[in-house]
Ligand binder design. Structure first.
Ligand code: UD1
Length: 344
């Protein structure tokens, strides 16, 4: 059997690593196609180095552009490689443009597609990720769902149950494997920033719908500034380049003790999550990691494709309204404990 992994963005590098390592262990023939959707050192090479992933056999270097230009360029490149390599299976993970491009290219060539993290739904069809995950699920031959909720979503959409496997989320493997290893880098970055365990809030936000709209972004940032002032604790915000772009474009000034740092590595990220007082995020992966780490999470979105985290009391949806962010943080600071739903 020959497997092609199609990856292109930071979360895919992280979440496929356990599958890649498993292929190596079982001596399964595989190769990696990197679309080049992410290319900055901090969003790309850093993860290959830190997680010891071999250099991809192919890199399409598509870079940033509009959704369809980017997705189109990926498909042209992926098709060429698949025609030559003829793998038995293409594996894609998650909901990015890279995922949709990989799945569509393979399917049209009659190559089987496996979707890892299938069946997630936030039911906001205006989100690019929701479009990508729906389309990918409906053309996949193997649907690997993290939870039973995800399976139910697919069944409701008339996807054949015999193609669905509930397998947990690969982030659990990656997180457990790296938590111990994160100590050295984690302590170093905490010293550099000047923070101590339990005495800071961690923020990550980079979603198109939060960042590209001026009013929404200002609301989100004011909400975070209020939390910083109210609890008199620093807020650590590792910033995706997309957010820098918007802050400059809209000439927004950040007030208070908000420490903007460059995007961090995976080991730094899990360490800072583990010791944060609370996490505020619009990232899907961080909602999962916070939940697995037992850390209260406030999600800066109106909806989530990870409702399991909300149902068990690990997460609350705040959106970007400053008052709602305030109330959600207040509530989650008194959150209890829970057993995470993402498998072992
Ligand atoms: C993409 C995914 C999102 C995922 C995120 C992980 C889609 C539709 N979105 O969002 O689901 O959560 O990756 O980080 O696939 N940029 C750089 N360097 C890079 C990559 C991007 O500076 O290496 C900047 C560029 O200005 C670019 C912008 O970030 O225009 C957005 O990049 P893009 O890949 O289009 O989307 P993300 O916001 O990263």
């Amino acid at each position: 059997m020959k497997i092609a992994f199609v990856v292109g963005t930071r979360p895919e590098f992280i979440k496929t690593v356990s599958l890649i390592k498993e292929c190596e262990k079982r001596k399964i023939n595989y190769f990696i196609i990197h679309t080049g959707q992410h290319y900055s050192y901090e969003l790309d090479t850093l993860f290959f180095e830190e997680l010891h992933i071999k250099k991809p056999e192919y890199n399409l270097n598509v870079g940033s552009s509009t959704h369809w230009e980017q997705t189109g360029k990926m498909m042209v490149g992926i098709e060429r490689i698949l025609v030559e390599e003829r793998p038995d299976l293409v594996l894609v993970q998650g909901d990015t443009n890279t995922v949709l491009a990989g799945a569509l290219s393979a399917k049209k060539l009659g190559i089987k597609v496996g979707h890892v993290e299938a069946g997630l739904r936030c039911y906001n069809i205006f989100m690019p990720e929701e479009i990508n995950r729906r389309l990918t699920d409906h053309i996949s031959d193997f649907l690997f769902c993290p939870t039973l909720t995800n399976r139910d979503n697919l069944i409701r959409e008339n996807i054949d149950g015999k193609n669905i496997y509930v397998v947990g989320n690969t982030i659990v493997d990656v997180l457990y494997e790296n938590l111990e290893l994160s100590k050295k880098k984690g302590e170093k970055i905490m010293n550099e920033i000047g923070i101590t365990p339990g005495n800071y809030f961690l923020v990550t936000a980079h979603r198109q719908e939060n960042i590209d709209d001026k009013k929404t972004l200002i609301n989100l940032l004011r909400g975070i500034e209020n939390i910083q002032k109210k609890y008199d604790l620093p807020v650590i915000y590792p910033m995706h380049p997309r957010v820098h772009g918007s802050i400059n474009k809209f000439s927004i000034k950040l007030l208070g003790n908000i420490k903007i740092i460059k995007p961090i590595s995976y080991l730094e990220s899990i360490y800072l999550q583990k010791y944060a007082k609370l996490i505020l995020t619009d990232s899907g992966g961080i909602q999962e990691e916070a939940c697995i780490l037992g850390k209260p999470c406030v999600t800066l979105r109106e909806n989530t494709e990870r409702p399991e985290t909300v149902d068990i009391g690990a997460n609350v949806l705040a959106g970007t309204n400053p008052q709602k962010i305030n109330d959600s943080v207040e509530k989650m600071l008194y959150a209890g404990t829970w057993k995470h739903p993402f498998g072992d």
